[in-house]
Design a protein around this ligand. Structure first.
Ligand code: GLC
Length: 423
């Protein structure tokens, strides 16, 4: 009896040893981190590395996410196993779905359910869960609370009110000895960010979302023309000429140096502008974007970020383990507290530590619920082509086109062709 027991124990010990030998073999997994949140991404990966014993090799994505598309395309075309975990912009889900592993068997259902259903549902394509949500991005309006108070102004509710308040405060501040201040800075460069800004002006003015959910190209309408004309007229009056070349970071730099009254950007600007030692601590207010006319819903563009596992990864299990940590509650909480990133894990919207750092989280959640999606689901692989046609035409308009209606009409005809492209 005693010998039998001993034998059993020895067998169990041998089994345990062999299990831990397998899991202890340190592997290296490789992931992409976006340039904007690189340090936080690196910190999360390092934490996982410490507990898992595996290494993470991090690749920094280009500053402008558009520039990552050809890099991904090359990796996928080569069936490359070089990168295991990928950062996926919401508009890429349809474009890259065929190259992403199905996460349904790799991520336990209760972990999936911890996220806002709308965010995970958007990543369920053709019976696969192609990615998991990492953080929510919705267009928000940041403003100089101190300056609005100084001039007795309320945060504006419509774009026309914003235009008037921006002009008044800008002119008064210039007269008071701040010659470099502008009323409003945003993203006017010819790139995906301009698609987001312009979609917001148009959708919040009742001009639709470029292409309707059932696939009809709807951009050629008077409300869209009016919204684009209003934006064109901002240049040189409340927005500097330089806006035509600003992306998120360039426009943020102007705002955070104290040279703008209003600033449209994503939630991370709360983190940067309120970081210890930053120049605008305590002086910034955040609100949902204005609307075109009373009665329209606020329409921040939806920019949720996701993580996915490459279908060509040779280490999908370990990659999924890293992904689960990075999108999980602990890491999202760290990112919210240290960087102002808005979580996709619903429970964090009731977390005291997070609420203490992001006091407008409830408002951001409402803005997220009202947000508008770019037409990437309905265009799938052609989204990038459609968006490029759109932002190039918008850029032409805001650069001073006289015939806004004609430019929109021509843009609509091109988009009709883009949606039918088959390569
Ligand atoms: C942000 C958004 C993303 C959008 C990009 C445009 O990164 O999260 O969805 O495409 O800005 O510049």
């Amino acid at each position: 009896m005693a010998r039998y027991k001993l034998g059993l124990l020895a067998g169990a010990a041998a089994l345990m040893a062999s299990i831990s030998a397998v899991s202890a073999r340190a592997e290296t997994v490789s992931m992409f981190c976006s340039a904007t949140d690189y340090e936080l991404c690196e910190k999360g990966a390092a934490k996982w590395s410490k507990t898992s014993g595996h290494e993470v090799k991090i690749n920094r994505m280009p500053q402008n996410l558009d520039d990552a598309i050809p890099i991904y395309q090359q990796l996928f075309a080569a069936n490359s196993a070089d990168v295991d975990v990928l950062y996926i912009d919401v508009i890429w889900l349809g474009m890259f779905k065929d190259h992403l592993a199905d996460l349904a068997p790799l991520v336990p259902e209760d972990e999936v359910k911890a996220h806002f259903a709308s965010a995970t549902d958007a990543a369920r394509l053709e019976d696969k869960l192609v990615a998991m949500p990492f953080y929510i991005d919705t267009g928000l309006m940041f403003y100089r609370k101190d300056l609005l108070e100084k001039y007795g102004k309320q945060p504006p509710k419509t774009w026309d009110e914003l235009t008037a308040t921006a002009k008044e405060v800008q002119d008064a501040e210039r007269a008071a000895g701040s010659p470099d201040i502008w009323g409003y800075v945003w993203q006017g460069r010819s790139y995906e960010g301009l698609t987001c800004d312009a979609l917001e002006w148009i959708a919040s003015s009742g001009g639709g979302t470029i292409i309707s959910n059932d696939g009809e190209v709807s951009i050629n309408n008077p409300k869209a023309v009016e919204a684009l004309t209003r934006a064109r007229d901002w240049i040189g009056t409340i927005s500097p000429q330089g806006v035509l070349n600003y992306d998120e970071e360039a426009s943020r730099a102007i705002f955070e140096s104290g040279n703008a009254v209003f600033h449209r950007n994503w939630p991370y600007v709360w983190g940067t502008s309120q970081a210890e030692g930053a120049g605008l601590v305590g002086k910034v207010g955040v609100m949902a974007l204005p609307v075109g006319a009373a009665g329209e819903g606020s329409s921040g563009s939806l920019g949720t970020a996701y993580l996915g596992v490459s279908k060509y990864s040779k280490k999908q299990d370990i990659a999924a383990d890293l992904l689960r940590y990075m999108v999980g509650l602990e890491d999202q909480k760290m990112r919210a507290i240290e960087g102002g990133y808005n979580p996709t894990v619903a429970a964090l919207y009731e977390d005291k530590d997070v609420l203490a750092k992001i006091p407008f989280l409830e408002m951001a959640k409402a803005a997220f619920e009202e947000s508008v999606a770019r037409p990437s689901a309905v265009t799938g692989k052609n989204y990038n082509r459609v968006s490029r046609t759109f932002y190039r035409a918008v850029h032409e308009i805001i650069s001073g086109a006289d015939d806004v209606a004609g430019t929109v009409e021509q843009m609509a005809r091109r988009i009709e062709r883009d949606v039918k492209a088959s390569d």
